[in-house]
Design a protein around this ligand. Structure first.
Ligand code: IPT
Length: 268
């Protein structure tokens, strides 16, 4: 039996760790995995990735490409009788999914900073093409407003570390210096740390930083990164178990996976 895995670029840390987790869980369960990767997310790229997997006669398809609700429904139809499971969609979508809870992640980050006494918080979100980036950003705004706070800056990167570096550098050059920074992923947080360092700002002495993902390298940043952990190993296990059940003709529930705050050395 073969599981197809349609994924956004594996050059990013989170998707590559999800792919690794899916591959090893599938191996344990005696399933093959074939991968089809899109360079840029989008409906047409996703459609051709799915078609290429279908032409390789996969038994089911796990899709880790950001998709809006209507696009996910359309891709589910495109899979026909082959079961599809989505990993990067809104938890409210009607298509079958196993996703991390974006609102919980946003809330944990905001609550952590507010409890430390922060009021001047800047946001560094992900790209507009990502549903998850938008849900995290909206969650931050909502939970900040529950504390009667508005962000001192709203920045957007492309998930890569260089974009985090450039966005934060530009903010500092414009004279905005927040007390804390919520970042939508650890790679952009890495770039943010460099920009703060080059500006002569201490982390966490002058600025606190909270990342998102807890990828393999985050504990080795300087300083070790406080972040919202998405347990990619668990996502790999759950999604493969669901897919194997679907291939066996069973019904499966949707999953909303919890995330957790990992406190390291970038917040005070
Ligand atoms: C999401 C990551 O949090 C983010 O860092 C980035 O790598 C993105 O994927 C790429 O699409 S995790 C996803 C399952 C929402």
């Amino acid at each position: 039996h073969t599981i197809g895995f349609a994924t956004t670029t594996l050059a990013l840390h989170a998707p590559s760790q999800i792919a690794a987790a899916i591959k090893s869980k599938a191996g344990e369960m005696q399933f093959n995995v074939v991968i089809s990767m899109v360079e840029q997310p989008g409906l047409e790229a996703t459609r051709s990735a799915i078609n290429s997997l279908l032409s390789q006669r996969v038994d089911g398809i796990i899709i880790n490409i950001p998709l809006e609700d209507a696009d996910a429904m359309e891709m589910q139809r495109a899979c026909g009788a082959v079961p599809a499971l989505f990993l990067d969609v809104s938890p409210t979508v009607a298509a079958r999914h196993s996703v991390f809870d974006p609102d919980m992640g946003a809330r944990l980050g905001v609550e952590h900073l507010v409890q430390l006494g922060h009021r001047h918080i800047a946001l560094l979100g992900g790209p507009a093409s990502s549903v998850s980036a938008r849900l995290r950003f909206d969650g931050w705004l909502q939970h900040l407003s529950e504390h009667r706070l508005t962000p001192v800056a709203k920045l957007h990167g492309d998930w890569g570390s260089l974009s985090g570096y450039q966005q934060v550098q530009q903010m500092l050059h414009e004279g905005v210096q927040p007390g804390a920074l919520l970042v939508a992923n650890d790679q952009m947080a890495l770039g943010a740390l460099r920009a703060l360092h080059e500006f002569g700002l201490g982390v966490p002495r002058d600025v606190s930083v909270v990342g998102y993902d807890d990828t393999e390298d985050s504990a080795c940043f300087i300083p070790p990164l406080t972040t919202i952990k998405q347990d990619f190993r668990t996502l790999g296990q759950v999604s493969v178990e669901r897919m194997v059940a679907l291939i066996g003709g069973e019904q499966v529930p949707d999953d909303l996976l919890t995330v957790s705050l990992v406190e390291r050395k970038t917040t005070a």
